[in-house]
Design a protein around this ligand. Sequence first.
Ligand SMILES: [Fe+2]
Length: 377
Amino acid sequence: MSYTKKLTFKNGKFTILQVADPQDLQFVRGTMMKMLDRAYDAVKPDLVVLTGDQILGNHLRDCNRWTMLTVRDKAGEKLAIRTSLIKLLDPIEKRKLPFAMNYGNHDDMNLITKEEQADIYREYAYCVGLDQTDPSVECDTYNIPVYSEDGAKMLWNLWMLDSARYDKTEKRSHHYVTPETVAWYEKKSAELRTRNGGVPVPSLMFQHIPLPETLALIEECERKNAAICSEGKYYRLKSDVYGVLGEYPSVCETQVGQFDAMKRCGDVRAVVFGHDHSNCFTGRLDGIDLVQTGGASFRCYGSSKARCVRVFTLYDNGGYDTYTISYWDLMGRTPVSAVRYFWDADEMAYIKGFTLGAAALAAGCAVGAHLIRRGKQ
Ligand SMILES: [Fe+2]
């Protein structure tokens, strides 16, 4: 951990800005960075939380195929990761905003270990966490206490859980929270409860891969009412779930009893996910909110409905609010922001290619017609 000051409430509240899936390469797309700059300045959060897939780790090598910059080995990958993270983290550090992070599935898909990547984050003076030493869990599994304004009482706690790992031998990603991580959480939660006079400490839990229980928030429906189609079936959000369903939730592949553990501990008010870039919604199950945040990256798939950041406001009575601020909210519905979106968003690639091709063809025809006219004169 680089940031050693206590995180404290200010004026009766504590504000968190979540950035989900900013995943990009060494050449971070400018439109996302502009959107994030606007978000930091508009919200002025007390903490920025990066919930995984900070880099597109599995494409660090092939992204350079058409340039003189070729990544060939582990040293090259490390340099590429550092370059990408510097572009992502410098604007946060420059604003003196404390930030916390955990990993997603893409961060780990390269030769650089999580611990080696953590050392890059730890170079930042405003990096919070990454400080637990229990060898049974990954370095991005830790907790962050949030205190009252005078620093005397812990009012909230934030859980950061690792939920994905890449087997570098099998070359396969595994998406789940390990039983060891759940056991660590239960033990630590009990410690905090004891310190808090036997009362569970209100908590938010952040992890990259959605819990399997997320599937309880959607329902199969007729095609005419559907938000999505997956494997020939049609789905929508249930009526008491609010937001956008843009894809079938890609949840933890193994059920390890994490949600039951959260219910036993009684501390988690909401568990917050990224990973599914086109999904952005909130729903409640058994008294715990399941919060899905859309992806920020313009390099990867996404949608104009879901690209956003999410804000949490914590209150000293154990309550909280959450809302999202979309790309359009932050940038305004102006011709410039529309052109920026069109130019950088991956889902616009085909339309952009067609438009540029058509424009080139039209220009070629115009030049040809002009030359023919000149030839006749
Ligand atoms: Fe992911």
